[in-house]
Design a protein around this ligand. Structure first.
Ligand code: 6GU
Length: 231
């Protein structure tokens, strides 16, 4: 998978060299490129923002640098690329969306700052490829960079070969619409706390039933909004 990031703060993405995503990059499974949007500015001051039409607080990112930068990244792959615009005004990001986006061959993260990007950028590119405004949740970040990092990790780890043991991907929170069960390791006693007896029983049926019950209990407690009829 090819992943492009467009940002005025490329340093935010230096940490993509470490951990699983870093290894996947080294192995050529994830081909991640970060581009400084200012390289596509049209003036010597490398200006990327201007005051909003209609007035109001803050600055809006100018369309021309975005247009030229995304044109350059799309090249001929326009039809199967997905432009992701991190914004608190987007669709809520979740595991289903991460799975779906992990099937794409080319993702372009358009990281806006200030009060956002001139709307015509999304409107224009929506005529040439998929453009998806995506939000991480109901709070406001200063820009799309940190959100894009989170999405790159969530999507990237679902690309085949990035995570060594694919089974670890199916037995985790949100994969069956529930939160994950609690996990324990040695020692069996620590401070005044014991590992639940059932996990030491060797009874795989009882362990599976206990884990399912824990998933339901946790989800009821922490995230009742996730429970549906099927559960
Ligand atoms: Cl994706 N972007 C920004 N700027 N703020 C957010 C967000 C995204 N998701 C939640 N808050």
């Amino acid at each position: 998978m090819r992943i492009d990031v467009l940002t005025i703060f490329p340093e935010f993405f230096d940490v993509l060299d470490v951990s699983l995503v870093g290894k996947a990059r080294e192995r050529g499974i994830l081909n991640v490129h970060v581009t400084n949007l200012r390289d596509y500015a049209h003036d010597v001051h490398r200006t990327v923002d201007d005051t909003p039409y209609g007035g109001g607080a803050g600055m809006v990112m100018k369309p021309e640098p975005w247009g030229d930068a995304i044109d350059a990244l799309l090249g001929d792959s326009a039809s199967d690329a997905v432009v992701i615009v991190p914004t608190p005004a987007g669709h809520l990001f979740n595991q289903v969306m991460a799975r779906e986006l992990s099937q794409a061959s080319h993702l372009i993260f358009a990281c806006g700052r200030y009060e956002g990007i001139d709307q015509r950028v999304s409107d224009h590119f929506a005529t040439r490829c998929r453009v998806v405004p995506v939000s991480l949740g109901d709070y406001v970040l200063n820009g799309g960079e940190v959100a894009a990092m989170a999405m790159i990790e969530a999507i990237g780890r679902l690309v085949p070969g990035v995570v060594g043991n694919p089974e670890s991907l199916t037995e985790e929170s949100h994969e069956d619409g529930l939160l994950e069960y609690p996990s324990y390791t040695k020692p069996a006693q620590w401070r005044d706390l014991d590992v639940p007896d059932v996990l030491l029983s060797g009874n795989h049926g009882a362990i599976a039933a206990w884990r399912r019950e824990q998933q339901l209990e946790r989800t009821r407690e922490m995230r009742p909004d996730l429970l549906t009829e099927e559960h």
